[in-house]
Design a protein around this ligand. Structure first.
Ligand code: ATP
Ligand SMILES: O=c1ccn([C@@H]2O[C@H](COP(=O)(O)O)[C@@H](O)[C@H]2O)c(=O)[nH]1
Length: 235
């Protein structure tokens, strides 16, 4: 196995599947299947999910809502997505542990590094909800923070494009894909694959990021088997 402990970042928006909003049951089930297959091989899996399919603080602020209030709403959106994924993983027969950076007692345990590592070592898939627990951040930054905390070997950013490109591939059909790229080059080229807070945290902690298309079945398995999928960002 190429990686023993991973932190998988899932996009909230991707959970919409073909819908305009909310959670597509088909997409949720596909993700749970993909995750279960690598966890069943003994890979320790931590997960951070975004909330963009439900709410983003910046969207609210653009319409006059208080930014901090909106950010907390965004963080609660990640709790909803995390609960949905937890239930689906359990349907697939997996043991799970849901932790949260915001106290939300009957639903999730309090996030602590100690508890997360204990649950991973106990064979649970560990979902860490509520982002960092603080406004003005994103779940990309939360993924970087949690990955460093749990001492993951890598962050796997599961997204809807198949890696890092010279420009946003959804806007530039001529953009070219990198197989590997350094953190320095990501800064210098101004590539928006993750926000800069996340990139900086990964770089400072020598934590590689693997950007890949989570919507293609089998990709997660291939990465664990050491096949070249996506783009590896490293120091
Ligand atoms: N240089 C680049 N290489 C690859 N993707 C890029 C690049 N620049 C911008 N992108 C865009 O980054 C996006 C990554 O989206 P991501 O999965 O993080 O969704 P998100 O909207 O941030 O997630 P969430 O729903 O969690 O907020 C892709 O849609 C892709 O088009
Ligand atoms: O640490 C965090 C993480 C997230 N937020 C808020 O939640 C939404 C949804 O997260 P995405 O990363 O955009 O999917 C985000 O827009 C923020 O409003 C936060 O405040 N702190």
């Amino acid at each position: 196995m190429k990686y023993k402990r991973i932190l998988l970042k899932l996009s909230g928006e991707a959970l919409m599947g073909k819908q305009q909003h909310g959670i597509d049951p088909e997409r949720l089930s596909m993700y749970a299947g993909e995750i279960s297959s690598v966890a069943s091989q003994g890979v320790q899996v931590g997960i951070v999910i975004g909330g963009g399919n439900i709410f983003r603080g910046l969207q609210g602020a653009a319409k006059g809502m208080d930014r901090v209030q909106g950010d907390y709403m965004g963080m609660l959106a990640t709790v909803i997505n995390s609960m949905a994924l937890q239930a689906e993983l359990e349907k697939h027969g997996m043991k799970t542990c849901l932790l949260s950076g915001i106290a939300i007692d009957p639903i999730a345990e309090a996030m602590s590094r100690r508890r997360a590592i204990e649950a991973l070592n106990g064979g649970n898939i560990v979902i860490i909800a509520s982002g960092t627990g603080n406004p003005f951040f994103t779940t990309d930054s939360a993924a970087a923070l949690r990955a460093v905390e749990i001492e993951a070997d890598v962050i796997m950013k599961g997204t809807r494009v198949d890696g890092v490109y010279t420009a946003d591939p959804e806007k530039n059909p001529d953009a070219e894909k990198f197989d590997t790229i350094s953190f320095t080059e990501v800064y210098e080229r101004g590539l928006n694959i993750m926000d800069l807070t996340a990139i900086t945290l990964c770089r400072e902690n020598r934590l590689p990021i693997l950007v890949f298309n989570m919507n293609i079945k089998g990709n997660l398995q291939k990465i664990i088997a050491g096949e070249p999928v996506g783009t590896l960002v490293k120091g």
